[in-house]
Design a protein around this ligand. Structure first.
Ligand code: DX5
Ligand code: ZN
Length: 228
């Protein structure tokens, strides 16, 4: 079953980790329908975040799907642990996988949706042999590692290219975007073809997470209605 509408996936990276359940609840009240969880290992990206125990706790605090974005080396080693902890979607970086087909199949064997991620400098063409087996493609619109970075507009054409390939080949994957999604960038992002919008700073950075989520979703949905 494929959803075609715009979805907001708040990234908890910018939430207060001591009040995660509350923050997730506020974003959910504002219309979020997926929770994006950034997993960093200090090797693939220059930052460290969280592991399976936090995913396990989050699983008990929300009914929304947990979208685990693995920014780690050797993802095969940890996919079973994240699935066991309650991840619903798991994505891995093309740049981190020596055997990408095997890794994506491993995610599916654990009954999670399988996503593949590309960094800003990685072309869409590197995914040509896996687009028929992935459930979603995540286009990084910042270099991964930190929240609240500036959106890189040169990544927009990759979202359009993926949408074009999908319709030409009849593939089923959805298109997700991550990094710098905010009120001033969301319209062009949606018009380029992104459907699942990850947003950390724009939701949790300042002010009220519920109102922030609502405003971002409204802006995204009106931009998608204007899409030709
Ligand atoms: C960056 C992470 C993102 C990040 C997005 O490495 O993958 O999910 O939290 O942050 P914002 O929305 O703050 O740019
Ligand atoms: Zn992310």
């Amino acid at each position: 079953m494929i959803e075609h509408s715009i979805q907001l996936a708040p990234s908890i990276l910018s939430a207060d980790f001591a009040h995660l359940a509350d923050h997730v609840g506020q974003a959910t009240a504002g219309g979020a329908s997926v929770i994006h969880v950034d997993i960093m290992d200090g090797h693939f990206v220059p930052n460290l975040t969280i592991g399976p125990p936090v995913v396990k706790s989050l699983r008990r605090s929300t009914r929304l799907p947990l979208d685990c974005h693995l920014m780690i080396e050797n993802p095969d080693q940890f996919i079973p642990d994240f699935a066991e902890a309650g991840a619903d979607w798991i994505s891995v970086h093309q740049e981190a996988c020596r055997h990408l087909n095997r890794t994506l199949n491993l995610i599916k064997q654990h009954e999670c949706r399988a996503g593949v991620v590309i960094n800003p400098a990685t072309p869409v063409e590197t995914l040509s042999e896996v687009l028929d087996i992935v459930d979603y493609v995540l286009v990084m619109s910042v270099n991964p590692g930190f929240g609240a970075q500036k959106f890189i507009p040169q990544t927009l054409h990759k979202m359009s290219k993926l949408a074009e390939i999908r319709s030409r080949k009849g593939y089923q994957f959805r298109i997700e975007v991550d990094g710098g999604v905010a009120l001033d960038t969301v319209a062009e992002i949606v018009r380029a073809g992104a459907e699942i919008l990850v947003a950390g700073n724009a939701v949790f950075g300042k002010g009220d997470a519920k109102a922030n989520a609502q405003a971002l979703l409204d802006a995204a949905r009106s931009a998608s209605l204007q899409k030709v």
